[in-house]
Design a protein around this ligand. Structure first.
Ligand SMILES: NC(=O)c1ccc[n+]([C@@H]2O[C@H](COP(=O)([O-])OP(=O)(O)OC[C@H]3O[C@@H](n4cnc5c(N)ncnc54)[C@H](OP(=O)(O)O)[C@@H]3O)[C@@H](O)[C@H]2O)c1
Length: 291
């Protein structure tokens, strides 16, 4: 298959580019073409002539989106629609990356793919609106929602925690937001499988299990043998521009429908820590067993 990837220079995109060896993949960053530029997007898609477009490009600064609402919607929503239109025009399939932040976080159990969107932040609103408009433009597209992404391809929570743990006497981390950390390498393999299986509709793809940021931070510090104490705090003590969902665990039922089972976040974290230290990736054995 021929794949064109927008957002290839980001945290997920870099990992996808590294992992995706069995197909012909063209990776594009913002300097190759701004997705806000409809003509440029179409020209890029015409030139690369893909079977699948993977759209991982986005303005992902969640707090920054609060003060740059127009820019957030221009990139995350109208930019995504430009890509969907180009896919439609060229007859390509589209896999669009979205987020757990399209939900409000008030549900007491994992979010299913058809639960109503009710974003609390501008970032979440821009992605939720993109889901609607991309779906209207290209009804057979596949929208993959993920959460709490981490990996060696860019800035992420475990990296921030480890840098802080090395220099600070103790860390205060919020314990009242729960979600599922997701390793970019595992998500990349799930995305490749979804494309190969011709997935359509909304799919939730995260590592299995859930935790709070506090529990995640404790496991990160423990996993590297650092002795820095991690203390639990609450979100009202840590003022941030954007409101985050209190609970945004995504049900794995839609992913299982395609025969894809992702490893637990604890297993993923161990492999991330090894990758961070040695520069080599390890595949979880359960992923290799899937057809
Ligand atoms: N990070 C998370 O925790 C998380 C959670 C849930 C969902 N997601 C979603 O997963 C996807 C990947 O996220 P990520 O963390 O890998 O993002 P990221 O590291 O912030 O990378 C963003 C990518 O988008 C590109 N980009 C930004 N603005 C662009 C524009 N106007 N035109 C073209 N390209 C543009 C960037 O290109 P340059 O670097 O070349 O500028 C970069 O390749 C996004 O759709 C995001 O919404 C992320």
């Amino acid at each position: 298959m021929r794949i064109t990837m927008f957002g290839a220079t980001g945290l997920l995109g870099k990992t996808l580019m590294r992992e995706w060896s069995e197909d012909e993949v063209t990776g594009l960053g913002s300097t190759d073409g701004d997705i806000r530029d409809e003509k440029k997007v179409l020209a890029l898609v015409q030139r690369t002539h893909p079977d699948w477009i993977v759209l991982a490009a986005a303005y992902t600064d969640v707090d920054g989106c609060e003060t740059n609402r127009d820019f957030a919607f221009a990139v995350n929503c109208r930019g995504a629609v430009n890509v969907a239109r180009a896919a439609r025009q060229q007859g390509a399939r589209l896999l669009f990356l979205s987020t757990d932040y399209v939900f409000d976080g008030t549900k007491p159990s994992p979010y299913e793919t058809d639960d109503p969107r009710a974003p609390r932040s501008v970032y979440g609103q821009s992605k939720a609106e993109a889901e609607v408009q991309v779906g209207e433009t290209l009804p057979e597209c596949c929208i993959v929602r993920t959460s709490w992404l981490f990996g060696t391809g860019g800035k992420c929570f475990p990296d921030t925690i480890l840098k802080a743990a090395a220099t600070r006497p103790q860390l205060d981390v919020v314990g009242d937001q729960r979600g599922s950390p997701t390793y970019a390498a595992d998500l990349s393999r799930a995305i490749m499988q979804l494309c190969h299986k011709g997935a359509t509709g909304n799919v939730h793809a995260t590592n299995r299990g859930e935790c709070s940021w506090f529990e995640f931070a404790k496991e990160i510090v423990r996993g590297t043998g650092l002795q820095t104490p991690v203390r639990e705090t609450s979100s009202d003590r840590l003022v941030r521009a954007a409101e985050r969902p209190k609970y945004s665990v995504l049900s794995s039922a839609s992913l299982q429908k395609y025969g894809v089972i992702m490893p637990t976040w604890q297993d993923a974290l161990q492999r991330y820590l090894t990758e961070r230290k040695t520069g080599t990736t390890q595949t979880d054995s359960s992923l290799e067993r899937q057809g």
